[in-house]
Design a protein around this ligand. Structure first.
Ligand SMILES: [Zn+2]
Ligand SMILES: [Zn+2]
Length: 344
């Protein structure tokens, strides 16, 4: 039995705004305009699904699941509570409840789940909530042999409890950052993430525009272009305000694990540890073998840098060229929807 990651959707929040076109997304293909979502699947042949863990469930995820296998996943994992990552949760949970009368397992950080529930209060009693705490490994009871770990990230004030999800299966490491401006990792976490096999990450924009609350694929310095004024201004005004950056991940009520994690994080952050500011920086820091770029918009590149918005081939060529130029060995992929990545 093999393990795969399937790309169920690759879009940002509004891949094709109503009344517009977008060169990256085929507006006639509804699967192509779905929000970023992935499945970790155990399957003998890529046509039957034995086990499935769904990571994020925004617009289009439910349609994808119905069309491909029409099977309720074994559990859902949320990176953060934004609607483009959670909208399908109601449909999934209701389907399960009406057929089995059982609670459906949802894994997320407590703050992420709290905010998600405020959008979908009707499903509270139909869900078995499984809390994810910073850097704590959780055995997934619905899928033998897989563990998950949550690592907090900063993705703006409105993304309570946002984080990346590391899945481990035998010796394989699969990391999904969700939407991210900055990982909030301690030194020991960077060490733990070393040699990550696959990284699925936020490629909202090529060049830095921190006000979008997304990081960028690169920093201009890495390819010998002049540093970004937007990034430098942000670093000066907010980039060293770590108390502010961790706030969306801090519950009011004291939690030993969460507050302990951030105590250590702050201790290290204030001693001048380098921040991880782009996909290229992070890929290098964790020595990622293969990186999948999703959630592309390009809107900020166009608006603030006067750079064209790419189609998928252009984005692939761009990242290949720039990775080489900045001396990165990582393989970058702009996946198509329906891509099955063999893991084990
Ligand atoms: Zn998003
Ligand atoms: Zn988001």
């Amino acid at each position: 039995m093999a393990l795969y990651i399937r790309t169920n959707g690759r879009g940002n929040a509004w891949p094709v705004p109503l009344g517009k076109k977008h060169p990256f997304y085929d507006k006639n293909n509804f699967e192509d305009i779905a929000n970023a979502s992935f499945s970790i699947i155990q399957s003998p042949d890529k046509s039957t699904i034995e086990k499935e863990l769904l990571i994020d469930a925004g617009h289009g995820a439910i349609q994808y699941l119905i069309r491909h296998g029409n099977r309720i996943p074994d559990a859902v994992f949320l990176t953060h509570p934004h609607i483009d990552h959670t909208l399908s949760i109601d449909w999934i949970v209701q389907s399960n409840w009406r057929q089995s009368g059982k609670k459906f397992p949802v894994y997320a950080s407590p703050l992420c789940w709290e905010q998600t529930l405020s959008n979908f209060p009707q499903i509270a009693h139909m869900v078995e909530f499984k809390p994810l705490l910073p850097a704590k490994s959780v055995q997934i009871s619905e899928f033998d042999g897989i563990q998950v770990r949550f690592y907090p990230v900063f993705h703006g004030e409105s993304a309570a409890g946002a984080g990346m999800l590391l899945f481990e299966y035998l010796n394989k490491k699969m990391l999904f950052t969700g939407d991210i401006l900055l990982p909030l990792l301690r030194k020991t976490d960077f060490e733990y993430l070393q040699n990550c096999d696959v990284l699925y990450t936020d490629a909202n924009n090529r060049y830095p525009y921190p006000n979008s609350n997304h990081w960028s694929i690169l920093r201009p310095e890495l390819i010998d272009e002049k540093p970004s004024k937007f990034l430098n201004d942000w670093l000066k005004s907010k980039g060293n305000k770590f108390n502010w950056l961790i706030r969306p991940n801090l519950p009011l009520k004291f939690n030993k694990t969460i507050h302990g994690y951030f105590n250590k994080f702050l201790e290290e952050a204030y001693s001048g540890n380098e921040l991880s500011l782009s996909v290229f920086d992070f890929s290098k820091q964790i020595n990622a073998k293969k990186v999948f770029l999703v959630h592309y918009s390009g809107g900020e590149d166009f608006k603030h840098y006067g750079k064209e918005i790419f189609n998928a081939t252009e984005l692939q060529n761009f990242v290949d060229t720039k990775a080489k130029q900045s001396g990165l060995n990582t393989k970058f992929v702009v996946p198509e929807v329906g891509n099955w990545e063999f893991i084990y």
